[in-house]
Ligand binder design. Structure first.
Ligand SMILES: Nc1ncnc2c1ncn2[C@@H]1O[C@H](COP(=O)(O)OP(=O)(O)O)[C@@H](O)[C@H]1O
Ligand code: SF4
Ligand SMILES: [Mg+2]
Length: 359
């Protein structure tokens, strides 16, 4: 984890000069993005019902992503990451959902307003998803070539032969040779299965990939390989990505922007530089303290005292209050508005800055 962090810091230094030169261009891009974002979630709330109780999984989450950029969504287990991912493509388990409200706008259209035919076209076409467990995406009774070809055919309306050829090409892109194309998912190892899923996800040249902990279930030795593959393919295709993870090292390695999520809320949002070099929210600063400190050779196991709040209790005010080492009188009046730390860097904390965010 630490290695990733170091690596990123070095890269950041190398890029300092280019950053300054492209400042005006960036400013224009920034304005355009804020007028017509390529992808945005607005005020998403998702509540489940479970054993007669309401689970407040996602609470008023808003985020934006520019074309071709990668956003890291980082937070602990239970923070609401998967729920956000599934909301985007409307694949939440309907029986368990008590409330799902907000907007998910993709290229100017609200996904929540789409009919089922439009949604079918979107899924696996313009937006595809990679889950933690590869078997979520794979059909156990079809060969890997068949499944990739089928999806391609559906979205491109091409001949079976052409689709098969494309499937074999996609498999080779992820390092699977054509002589394994007619095998079934169970014949592949975990890492190879996830490669098949990546081939499947990229087969229709999506504009956006949502990857939910894509390497978490794999052997540690394989994790880096699969992550590098995702990174390389993303760089080659220019696909935008939302990468969900609880690993800050992965974020440092792969992302342009970072949203930190806690108790179903985005508590800090900014560029990778903002979050890594100037973490502002007390929770984010706690996360960084949890990184192993190689110099002191200490691994702090429970860096932030206490536990995340009970998700079955609705929270008024700051969700981090009970654990926050910086809480004070003023925090009791905090009504969950974003504060501006610096341009494009926001914190859901009344000590984040002076101005309130306009978006
Ligand atoms: N089907 C479900 N029914 C009830 N509660 C759920 C369901 N899925 C997730 N949750 C709850 O919603 C909250 C957010 O879960 P999830 O989105 O999976 O978080 P993450 O992916 O960050 O670990 C958790 O409290 C979790 O227990
Ligand atoms: S609002 Fe107060 S309690 Fe909440 S994170 Fe900020 S300082 Fe801590
Ligand atoms: Mg999850």
């Amino acid at each position: 984890m630490f290695k990733h962090k170091m690596h990123w810091h070095k890269k950041q230094h190398d890029n300092d000069e280019t950053h300054q030169h492209s400042h005006h261009h960036d400013a224009r891009e920034f304005d355009a993005h804020h007028r017509h974002p390529f992808f945005e979630i607005r005020n998403l709330s998702v509540h489940y019902h479970s054993n007669g109780e309401t689970v407040y999984a996602v609470n008023n989450v808003s985020l934006k992503l520019r074309e071709g950029k990668t956003l890291g969504l980082v937070g602990e287990t239970g923070a609401g990451k998967t729920t956000i991912a599934k909301s985007i493509l409307r694949i939440l388990p309907e029986y368990a959902v008590e409330l799902c409200e907000g907007e998910v706008n993709f290229q100017g259209k609200n996904i929540f307003d789409m009919n089922s035919a439009e949604l079918q076209k979107l899924r696996g076409g313009n937006i595809s998803m990679i889950f933690q467990d590869p078997m979520t995406a794979l059909n156990p009774v079809k060969t890997v070539k068949e499944q990739i070809a089928e999806g391609y055919c559906y979205h491109h309306n091409c001949s079976k032969m052409e689709a098969n050829r494309h499937a074999i090409h996609m498999l080779s892109t992820v390092g699977i040779s054509s002589d394994r194309a007619d095998e079934y998912p169970h014949q592949f190892s975990g890492g190879m299965k996830q490669r098949v899923v990546i081939a499947l996800a990229l087969a229709c040249s999506p504009k956006l990939i949502i990857a939910d902990e894509p390497t978490t279930a794999l052997d540690v030795t394989i994790q880096a390989q699969v992550l590098d593959l995702i990174k390389d393919l993303r760089d080659q295709t220019g696909t935008a990505m939302i990468l969900i993870t609880h690993d800050l090292g992965v974020v440092a390695d792969v992302c342009d922007f970072v949203d930190v999520i806690y108790a179903g809320r985005i508590i800090e949002s900014g560029t990778k530089e903002d979050i890594f070099d100037h973490p502002s929210h007390p929770y984010t600063r706690g996360l960084f303290a949890a990184l192993p400190d190689l110099k002191k050779n200490v691994r702090r196991l429970s860096p932030i005292e206490g536990l995340p709040p009970d998700p079955t209790k609705a929270i008024e005010g700051c969700a981090f209050y009970d654990r926050c080492p910086e809480r004070c009188e003023e925090c009791l009046h905090f009504n969950n508005e974003l504060f501006v730390v610096s341009d494009g860097h926001y914190s859901l904390c009344c000590k984040g800055g002076a101005k309130k965010c306009q978006h």
